[in-house]
Ligand binder design. Structure first.
Ligand code: 5AD
Ligand code: SF4
Length: 422
């Protein structure tokens, strides 16, 4: 959209006439950073030769949606605020800000349509993210997402398949389907979830690697689980956020499944795909979480054996039900539990990678290592990072976006390394 206005990207704020912040408010840290960063824009001089009399600063996304006018009240040098439902208005808002000055704040309560017509630009020509739903209906008690992203909206199967086919025809070999809860895809359109149909339809485009995120355990169906054994393109990796291993806390979180249900899902998934790499999200320090509750989370992690766990300290989000819940657990106690969990997670990641310590894995090459330009870096089917020396006579430009076989010789906590054999 900005390119259509004649803009181009630069790699420093100093060189930019227009700065757009796309924001997240899922945890407080992102909030604090945004306010700090926008404030700092005031002190950075404009580049020489710019036609503008002032740098145009815009804030969009979830914080724009939540705070709207309040952002410009607090930071008068901010020019444009837009929300999650009107990204398409950004070019107009920026143009008006340049031509007429003043503040442009536009935040809509909801969107009527799925924003499918916006221009896109991909980071890699061989991989594409494909949103299939936006918004969320789940209202987990700690989470701000449903308030800032609105209700769940699905795109039609035809729309998604057509876009996927277009990507595949253009040379994309890896597609990742996206949504807050992909498993309930289609409920708003068809009266029932049709995620399994989407997986089959996108597999039908001939894409080599298919992935998806994120799954909600309450909606992950047997039909979808079975597809891990049926669709060769569906990669053996599943991100299934558990959040807590304590049934009492899961209930307080309004997650609508139990620890037992979750473990049963894991059992079923492994039955179909024994080698599947599992990852999850966990919140430590939810209001009222006791040592016993935490211990149940710890034990669950131990029992499952994850390749990767994203751990978060609970962050109070105003406006959510959990923000009103009492909590007298000292910060140090929460931090100590968090550290204990992180230690387990790292040990587990190392242990899981050992399973592939002498495997031969197919790697989609992405580029070179930041530390060593002679090393190629790519992703295995399980989404592990893999390093290998660039074979003699080959260059990274010709390898990027292609698949190579790597014979692994070393498995570390966060990556595998080996040599290209094919
Ligand atoms: N505090 C901490 N973590 C949170 N998440 C969502 N809301 C909060 C919160 N208030 C985490 C959940 C979710 C991930 C994307 O962010 O674990 O799965
Ligand atoms: Fe937030 Fe729960 Fe929706 Fe995920 S499923 S976005 S945690 S409300």
């Amino acid at each position: 959209m900005l390119e259509a206005l004649g803009a181009y990207s630069v790699d420093s704020v100093e060189a930019a006439d227009v700065v757009v912040f796309m924001t997240c408010c899922v945890r407080e840290a992102a909030d604090v950073r945004l306010y700090g960063q926008v404030a700092s824009m005031k002190n950075i001089p404009l580049r020489e030769g710019t036609p503008l009399s002032k740098r145009i600063v815009a804030v969009g996304g979830c914080i724009g949606q939540r705070d709207g006018q309040e952002l410009v009240d607090k930071m008068p040098h901010l020019d444009v605020v837009f929300g999650t439902h009107n990204l398409a208005s950004l070019p107009t808002l920026l143009t008006e800000a340049v031509q007429k000055g003043g503040h442009r704040v536009q935040v809509l309560e909801s969107s009527t349509e799925f924003p499918t017509d916006l221009p896109t630009q991909r980071e890699h020509e061989w991989a594409a993210w494909l949103p299939i739903t936006i918004g969320c209906n789940n209202f987990c008690s700690y989470c701000i997402v449903p308030y800032v992203r609105g209700r769940e909206k699905s795109r039609t199967i035809e729309d998604i398949t057509e876009e996927a086919q277009r990507y595949v025809d253009a040379g994309v070999t890896e597609i990742t389907l996206l949504g807050q809860n992909v498993n309930s895809y289609g409920r708003d359109l068809y009266g029932e979830p049709r995620f399994a149909q989407i997986l089959k339809a996108v597999a039908g485009t001939g894409v080599k690697r298919l992935r998806f995120a994120t799954s909600h355990p309450k909606d992950l169906s047997d039909e979808v689980i079975a597809l891990f054994g049926e669709l060769p393109c569906l990669m053996p990796a599943l991100h299934l956020p558990v959040q807590s291993g304590s049934n009492r806390i899961l209930k307080e979180m309004n997650r609508r499944y139990t620890r037992e249900h979750y473990l049963e899902l894991i059992r079923k998934v492994r039955e179909v795909r024994p080698d599947i790499a599992l990852s999850t999200d966990i919140i430590v320090g939810f209001p009222g979480e006791t040592e016993e509750d935490f211990q149940q989370t710890y034990d669950l992690v131990k029992e499952v054996g994850y390749g990767q766990v994203f751990t978060f300290i609970y962050s109070k989000r105003e406006g959510t039900p959990a923000a009103k819940m009492e909590d007298d657990t000292p910060r140090e106690v929460i931090q100590e539990r968090f550290d204990r969990l992180v230690e387990l997670v790292q040990a587990q990641a190392y242990e899981q990678n050992q399973k592939d310590a002498d495997a031969t894995v197919e790697v989609l090459v992405e580029g070179t290592s930041k530390r060593d330009a002679n090393l190629l870096v790519g992703k295995s089917p399980k989404n592990q990072t893999v390093h290998a020396p660039i074979p003699e006579g080959r260059t990274i430009d010709e390898l990027a976006g292609t698949y190579v076989s790597v014979k692994v010789d070393t498995a570390r906590t966060w990556y595998l390394s080996g040599t290209v054999v094919d």
